[in-house]
Ligand binder design. Structure first.
Ligand code: FAD
Ligand code: DHB
Length: 394
């Protein structure tokens, strides 16, 4: 027997995109049901992004989940690019008047869950076999199994916030969906350690041995990444080997301040650029990683998901409160225009900062020339800075 429920917006996915959308809609009195295949502890524990643009901080504040972020987030006015040991600071505030905030995706997700639970949001966590159906109908629905029961959620709209592997994008017919993809020939090996960061700002380093990133979550917790081969095995990277390699890539001056210790998380992530068009099909809207992936260089993934949700919530609020469908009709086009610019930046910074196995000495010289251009030209540095702090919403 199928249990049928009705709501206004069925949200598939309780990552940052789905949770924030549900929270923003709740603020306008719009009802949602949120469905995820994982449980709350798993979702909150997923270690991912760490740098928030001002627009993301503003969106979380407007959604009423900014208190802890404002108390605990670290405001960064710049970051360093480093090339074979030469360090150059990009002065974000001086070049753009803006800054970024270091606050982990785990914390963003915890804050959103706490608020949604406090407001008695209806969740189906641990759902399986989730299928969006009837996307061109006036009452589309989401079907899934939850605790052994078949559930159908009928809605006016479905928000596909279910990440890269979720079912929403796959529900768009192949003759309608166009995808664009680049898979990079390496991954990022990341560790988390309970030690103060090597520097008070982030360092992105390109070294002949590969890329390295020195990041953080707080003044006592550091996050470091190393470019690694896609076939690498975590078991081959004991902490001592990681610290040795990181020290080489950051250069001896920086490494002199490195505080090493036992890591408590270690994982390898692939790097990919991916865009799906369109981001609306009938009454289904895609948002976040469900529609696009950026390589992590430049920390845009989470920020892009939040920007999508800001535009999607505006469109749905205009529909329900003002009976105005202009933003619904232009959602896909408006979001994709910004998505492609952010894809370009993430691809450019990834291309500049990594060692590509196929690079000839010519391409290596091109990378060095681009670094020298950025360090010598305020216009070039400002271009990096304005993308890093976040492009305007439209
Ligand atoms: P997600 O966070 O992926 O959330 C999607 C949700 O949908 C998940 O909770 C998932 O369980 C759920 N879902 C999936 N399938 C189903 C289904 N069948 N039914 C129901 N629910 C489903 N960005 C950065 O800026 N910096 C980083 O360092 C960084 N590191 C990353 C590391 C990894 C391993 C990954 C995968 C991503 C990383 N990102 C990083 C990107 C960033 O975390 C994402 O862009 C961000 O999480 C996007 O949010 P989202 O809500 O769109 O998707
Ligand atoms: C982090 C990840 C990034 O991709 C990035 O560009 C900066 C910071 C991080 O996880 O801390």
């Amino acid at each position: 027997m199928t249990r049928t429920l009705r709501t206004q917006v069925a949200v598939i996915g309780a990552g940052p995109a789905g949770l924030l959308l549900s929270q923003l809609l709740a603020g306008a009195g719009i009802e949602t049901v949120v469905i995820d295949r994982k449980d709350r502890a798993y979702i909150e524990g997923r270690i991912r992004a760490g740098v928030l643009e001002q627009g993301t901080v503003d969106a979380l504040s407007e959604a009423g989940v900014g208190d802890r972020l404002h108390r605990e987030g670290l405001i960064h006015h710049g970051f360093d690019l480093c090339f074979d040991g030469d360090r150059h600071r990009i002065d974000l505030r001086g070049l753009t008047g803006k800054s970024v905030t270091v606050y982990g995706q785990t914390e963003v997700t915890k804050d959103l869950f706490e608020r949604r639970f406090a407001q008695a949001q209806q969740f189906f966590l641990g759902a399986s076999d989730t299928r969006p159906e009837g996307l061109k109908d006036t009452r589309p629905s989401v079907h899934f199994t939850h605790k052994g029961r078949q559930i159908a959620v009928e809605a006016d709209f479905i928000a596909g916030c279910d990440g890269f592997h979720g079912p929403s994008r796959q529900a768009i017919p192949p003759e309608v969906l166009r995808t664009f993809e680049r898979v990079y020939p390496f991954g990022w090996l990341g560790i988390m350690v309970e030690r103060p960061p090597v520097s008070h700002e982030l360092i992105y380093a390109n070294h002949a041995r590969g890329f390295a990133l020195a990041s953080m979550r707080s003044q006592t917790r550091s996050r470091y990444y190393l470019q690694c081969g896609m076939q690498e095995n975590i078991a081959d990277w004991p902490d001592e080997r990681f610290w040795e390699e990181l020290s080489l890539r950051l250069g001896s001056d920086t490494a002199a301040s490195l505080q090493t210790g036992a890591s408590f998380e270690k994982s390898i992530a692939p790097l990919r650029s991916f865009v799906a068009e369109p981001m609306r099909y009938g009454n289904l809207f895609l948002a976040g990683d469900a529609a696009h992936i950026v390589p992590p260089t430049g920390a845009k993934g989470l920020n892009l998901a939040v920007a999508d949700v800001r535009l999607l919530s505006r469109a749905l609020i205009a529909h329900y409160l003002d009976h105005n469908d202009h933003y619904i009709d232009t959602y896909s086009q408006a979001v994709l225009s910004r998505v492609w610019k952010v894809e370009r930046f993430s691809w450019q910074l990834s291309t500049l900062m990594h060692q590509f196995p196929e690079n000839s000495p010519f391409e290596q010289r091109m990378q060095r020339a681009e670094f020298d251009y950025i360090t010598g030209s305020e216009a070039a540095a400002r271009s990096i800075a304005e993308n890093y702090v976040g492009l305007p919403l439209e």
